[in-house]
Design a protein around this ligand. Structure first.
Ligand code: PLP
Length: 393
């Protein structure tokens, strides 16, 4: 096996790079998760998470990846035979929907072109047609990690309100939280689903849901069986107050440090940094697009994500072969295409603990791999990214 030297550039759109500060914070001995010391850490963490979710409502946590928090939302809110409306945004939206089917929740999909922002007018008109209010909830992925399209949650909320529909509003913020602006309370979100391994810069394994009073009321009526995920146990503290089972103390050490780092930098500055690095990436892609080269998958400029850029390879070219060159030759790991985009798309993650030289290094590796794989492209993408970063600094 080839020996690789130097830093591994982990440029996937999650999990993300874990800062040394967080790794060091986790490098400590165990403490009693029922004791006062842990209680203080957990309280600091949940208070900090509320500021990141921009909510005054409870945040509930689980030892799980995002899939667990998806499932927690479903089993707490619904009964068999309930109907939900999934706004199609890409691979992750459809997968959340597939989980509903497993619980005999009827899924209706509001179809949408994966390359464009979800249409609030279509949502409003579908909800207006639903006069009997059969639709119990609208499910949306804020930032569709498979496509690099960010969807306008505030406008989708206004569409639900304009239709005067009582559906719950469930939003997956797994790849937007702490990277792009999200406002749970202001945008009227009933359940926000998040994970630890993206903007929060932690290892995979902690998941969270922000839960509104309306969602907690629905949970009291829902009939699906639930034990580990049960919000009532977490909110009422009938088991161990903040956690079902043994609390993952080391994750909390890491989360405490991550939240301190987030507060030191400030959310607005974090969003601005993500925007800058994303825009640099987009400038590079625009140059590569010349000579019929690869293009931005997200065609709607206002929908181009600041945490991940999905790039569509030209027809007939294999994006995975190019990714393999990046990894094997330059030690740079990129995300691949998911579902129908397998082999057609490569994804550059630019979220979490990342700065200008890191994104430029990754873009340089992509540009070299385009050349080595023979994919037609314009030259000078990295230079365009540098010019932009100079002008934006
Ligand atoms: N939703 C989105 C938007 C995601 O990006 C992911 C994972 O990348 C998931 C859900 C699934 O989360 P996990 O892989 O943490 O279970």
């Amino acid at each position: 096996m080839a020996v690789s030297r130097g830093i591994h550039f982990f440029q996937n759109p999650g999990p993300t790079n874990i800062p040394e500060r967080i790794l060091r914070a986790m490098d400590r001995g165990t403490i009693d998760f029922t004791g006062a010391q842990f209680k203080a850490i957990a309280e600091e963490c949940f208070a900090g998470l509320k500021r990141v979710f921009k909510t005054e409502q409870p945040i509930l946590g689980y030892a799980a990846s995002g899939h667990g928090a998806w499932e927690a939302a479903l089993v707490n809110l619904f009964s068999p035979g309930d109907r939900v409306l999934v706004v199609e945004t890409g691979y992750f939206s459809l997968n959340w929907g597939l989980r509903c089917e497993a619980f005999e929740i009827e899924v209706e999909t509001l179809t949408n072109d994966w390359r464009r922002c979800a249409d609030p007018v279509a949502l409003e008109s579908r909800l207006r047609e639903d006069r009997e209010h059969r639709i119990k909830a609208v499910l949306v992925v804020h930032n569709e990690t498979s496509t690099g399209v960010v969807h306008d949650i505030a406008r989708l909320r206004r569409a639900i309100d304009a239709a005067r529909h009582p559906a719950l509003f469930l939003v997956d913020v797994i790849s937007s939280l702490a990277s792009m602006d999200f406002r749970m309370d202001e945008w009227g979100v009933d359940v926000a689903v998040a994970g630890s391994q993206k903007g929060l810069m932690l290892p995979t394994g902690m998941a969270f849901t922000g839960v509104s009073a309306k969602a907690l009321a629905a949970a009291a009526e829902a009939k699906l069986p639930r034990v580990y995920w049960d919000w009532r146990r977490l909110v009422e503290g009938t088991s161990q107050a903040v956690w079902n089972g043994t609390a993952p103390v080391h994750f909390f050490y890491g989360l405490q440090e991550a939240l301190r780092m987030i507060e030191e930098e400030g959310l607005d500055q974090i969003f601005a940094r993500h925007h800058r690095l994303a825009e640099a990436t987009r400038r590079a892609v625009r140059v590569w697009r010349q000579n019929d080269g690869p293009e931005m998958f997200a065609v709607d400029p206002r929908g181009q994500s600041d945490s991940v850029t999905a790039v569509l390879a030209p027809e007939g070219w294999d994006a995975n072969a190019m990714r393999a060159i990046c990894l094997d030759k330059f030690n740079v790991s990129l995300g691949g295409g998911l579902g129908p985009l397998q082999g057609r798309v490569f994804r550059i993650g630019h979220l979490g603990d990342l700065n200008e030289p890191m994104i430029l290094g990754a873009l340089a590796a992509v540009e070299m791999a385009l050349e080595l794989s023979g994919i037609p492209h314009g030259k000078g993408g990295v230079a365009a990214a540098m010019d932009y970063l100079v002008s934006a600094t």
